[in-house]
Design a protein around this ligand. Structure first.
Ligand code: GTP
Ligand code: MG
Length: 318
C-alpha cells in the first residue's frame, strides 16, 4: 500500500483490462470509483464487470496501488491540537484537571446522580463558551438540546450577569431545542449543519443524552435497536465536533452496579456504546453543601484525578 503509484490511475477506464463497456457495467453495479474497486473481491468484480476473475484481480491490485493512504504527520496533529479551543468551566481546579477546560473537536460527558451538578455545569459552559477566546471562551453561540425540560433561562441570566456579560445577548445566542422523543433528538443533530454555520455554534449541549432512549426502548428486545440508534446519534455528534471544531457536552445518568462489592457502585448507563462515546468522561458526585467532586475517569491525555467545585448562585466556582 505504501508503494508509489506507477502510472496515473484515476478513472475506472484506466484500470488494466477494464474497457469502456466494463467500466459502464461497474458503475451501474455501484463501483463508481477506483476506491470502491480497491476494496472489492475478485469474484464480485468479475461478476459486475463481465471480465475474468484473473483480470479482476489485476484491476483490484492496480486500484489498490492508485488509492493513496490519507495521513497526517504526528507533528502536524500536534500543531493543530495546540490551537484547539477550550471552554473554561469556572473552576481553575477542574480546568487544570481537564488540561485547560472542555475541549473542542471532542465529546465531554458528565455522569452522576440527580442534583450532582450536570445541568449546572452545562449552563456554565453555555455562558462561558460565548466569551472571547482570550477570556476562556470560543466566541460562539450554543445549540442546547433539552430532553428533560430543565433548561432555565433565569439561571443563564444569573450566571452571565455574574460573569459581567450582557444577559440579553447571552440568551439570544442560545438555540434551545426541547426534545420530547428520540426522533426529535436525533433529527435535531442530523439537521444541525446549517444552523451551526449560520449561527457560529461552538458548543452543543445534550442534557440528557440518554433519558429519552431509556424511556422509549423498554425491555431486552428493544435494546439492540436502542443501542444502534444511540450509536449513530453519537457518531453524528462526533462528526459535527470535528467538522466545525466545536465542543460537545453531554450528560448521562447512573445506576447501581450490583457486581461491584467494594467501593462506589455508581455506574453510568448506556452500556458499551456510551462508554466509548465520550473522549473525556467525568463522574460528578455530591459532597457537603454546595460542594461537588468531579472525578476524571477517562481522558486520552490527562491523568485520572479529582477536583472539588462549588455550585453557587454565580455559577461554578472553586
Ligand atoms: P438531574 O438532572 O436531576 O440528574 O441532576 P443534575 O446533575 O443535572 O443536577 P443540577 O445540575 O440541576 O444541580 C442541581 C443543584 O444545583 C441543586 O440541588 C442546587 O444545589 C444547585 N443549584 C441550582 N441552582 C442553583 C442556584 O441558583 N444557586 C445555587 N447556589 N445553587 C443552585
Ligand atoms: Mg439535570
Amino acid at each position: 500500500m505504501a508503494k508509489e503509484k506507477e502510472k496515473s490511475v484515476k478513472e475506472l477506464e484506466d484500470l488494466p483490462g477494464i474497457g469502456p463497456t466494463s467500466a459502464e457495467k461497474l458503475k451501474a453495479a455501484g463501483f463508481t470509483d477506483i476506491g470502491k474497486v480497491a476494496i472489492a473481491s475478485p469474484h464480485e468484480l468479475s461478476e459486475a464487470s463481465g471480465v475474468s476473475v484473473d483480470a479482476a484481480k489485476k484491476a483490484i491490485e492496480a486500484a489498490k496501488q492508485a488509492t493513496t493512504v490519507v495521513y497526517d504527520t504526528a507533528e502536524s496533529i500536534y500543531e493543530k491540537r495546540k490551537v484547539l479551543g477550550r471552554i473554561k468551566t469556572g473552576s481553575k481546579e477542574l480546568d487544570a484537571m481537564l488540561g485547560g477546560g472542555v475541549e473542542t473537536n471532542a465529546i465531554t460527558e458528565v455522569y452522576g446522580r440527580f442534583a450532582s451538578g450536570k445541568t449546572q455545569l452545562g449552563f456554565q459552559l453555555t455562558v462561558n463558551s460565548q466569551l472571547p477566546m482570550d477570556k476562556g471562551g470560543l466566541d460562539g453561540s450554543v445549540l442546547f438540546l433539552d430532553t428533560e425540560g430543565t433548561f432555565r433561562p433565569e439561571r443563564i441570566e444569573q450566571i452571565s450577569e455574574a460573569a459581567g456579560m450582557d444577559p440579553k445577548k447571552v440568551l439570544e445566542n442560545i438555540f434551545v431545542v426541547r426534545c420530547s422523543n428520540t426522533d426529535e433528538q436525533i433529527l435535531t443533530i442530523e439537521r444541525a449543519d446549517k444552523l451551526i454555520q449560520e449561527k457560529n455554534i461552538k458548543l452543543i449541549v445534550v442534557d440528557s443524552m440518554i433519558s429519552l432512549f431509556r424511556s422509549e426502548f423498554l425491555g431486552r428486545g428493544a435494546l439492540g435497536e436502542r443501542q444502534q440508534k444511540l450509536n449513530s446519534h453519537i457518531h453524528k455528534l462526533q462528526q459535527l465536533a470535528d467538522r466545525y471544531s466545536l465542543a460537545v457536552y453531554i450528560t448521562n445518568q447512573v445506576m447501581d452496579n450490583p457486581g461491584i462489592l467494594f467501593g462506589d457502585p455508581t455506574t453510568p448507563v448506556g452500556g458499551n456504546i456510551m462508554a466509548h462515546a465520550a473522549t473525556t468522561r467525568i463522574y460528578m458526585r455530591k459532597s457537603k453543601e454546595d460542594k461537588r467532586i468531579a472525578r476524571l475517569v477517562d481522558s486520552p491525555n490527562m491523568p485520572e484525578g479529582e477536583s472539588v467545585i462549588k455550585i453557587t448562585t454565580e455559577g461554578i466556582k472553586d
